[in-house]
Design a protein around this ligand. Structure first.
Ligand code: HEC
Length: 272
């Protein structure tokens, strides 16, 4: 009986407070979003936990800038509230040899980062993004966002720019890349192409069931054993991914023409 009384009291108080306070603040979109963290439990079963921005922020946020982000996005003075990614990782007992985090995003982007990179570059997860007002913000630029903090210098790759994350999932890198390993065969050019593709393209252009589907499946769209199709691939790439493209997907900055040749070498093998 006592319990019921307290529950009703709690309910009344709960209803009462918003009515008394003047103009209750609407929570920001970021705060309403829920994120999933998927990991193996002690019995080895995969479980998904629900996390919100305030729960993540309870690990301790810092206001930071990121030259790496500003360089890649052609912005300046962007500011972020961010938590330490390695601190978040330590919340989970990873006993199944998990050595990477898969980043599934709201827009069908699929990123992946090794835990080595998370520690080595002290990567952060931004829960709030503040661009200077004159900068136009593309649709996909929402938390959670991977951030390279100032002072750290990972290679300049699409990999370290994952945004719009809805799920963090602990996986083994070897398992994740297994379906891709055979494609390159023993061609050194194709093997190089595979590394470049994994670091810059797979996130949006899936291959052998891995990666995101924000862009088309390239081996379906092009027959790269054919010289004319190679030319078209290059022209289409430059058209879609150049610096000033409307969706701010400047992928061109991360790859050279030689890199693109290697990628086409890989994709021509994968398409066979
Ligand atoms: C952030 C996501 C993203 C990344 C990363 C990305 N792409 Fe794309 N790509 C797209 C989208 C979206 C399109 C638009 C057309 C479509 O649906 O494929 C596109 C289009 C293309 C096209 C033209 C396809 C067409 O049908 O017109 C090519 C070629 C291409 N990408 C190659 C690449 C290569 C090579 C890489 C890596 C070096 C890469 N992309 C990285 C998202 C991405």
């Amino acid at each position: 009986m006592k319990q019921i009384f307290y529950r009703i009291l709690a309910l009344l108080v709960g209803l009462w407070i918003p009515a008394c306070s003047s103009a209750p603040e609407k929570p920001e979109l970021e705060e309403q979003r829920i994120f999933r963290i998927t990991h193996a439990d002690s019995a080895g079963r995969m479980v998904s936990e629900i996390w919100t921005a305030p729960k993540l922020e309870s690990l301790g946020t810092r206001e930071i800038s990121s030259e790496y982000f500003d360089q890649a996005m052609h912005t300046s003075d962007s500011r972020f509230s961010a938590i330490s990614f390695s601190k978040l990782v330590k919340e989970f007992a990873l006993k199944g040899g998990e050595d990477a985090v898969l980043l599934n995003c709201f827009d069908d982007y699929q990123g992946i980062l090794s835990l080595d990179d998370v520690y080595r570059y002290d990567l952060r997860l931004a829960t709030k993004i503040k661009l200077m007002s004159q900068n136009y913000k593309p649709d996909w630029l929402n938390p959670l966002l991977i951030l390279v903090p100032d002072g750290k210098r990972p290679p300049f790759q699409e990999r370290f720019m994952t945004a719009n994350i809805r799920e963090l999932k602990f996986v083994r890198l070897n398992d994740y890349y297994a379906p891709l390993r055979k494609i390159a065969g023993n061609s050194p050019e194709a093997q190089e192409g595979l590394e470049i593709f994994k670091n810059n393209c797979l996130f949006c252009h899936s291959l052998k069931g891995r990666g995101g589907n924000k862009g088309v499946r390239l081996i379906k769209a092009y027959d790269l054993s054919n010289g004319a199709e190679k030319k078209k691939f290059l022209a289409d790439f430059k058209k879609t991914h150049h610096k000033d493209n409307p969706d701010k997907q400047d992928v061109e900055q991360f790859v050279t023409d030689e890199n693109l040749d290697r990628i086409m070498e890989l994709l021509s093998k994968a398409g066979r």
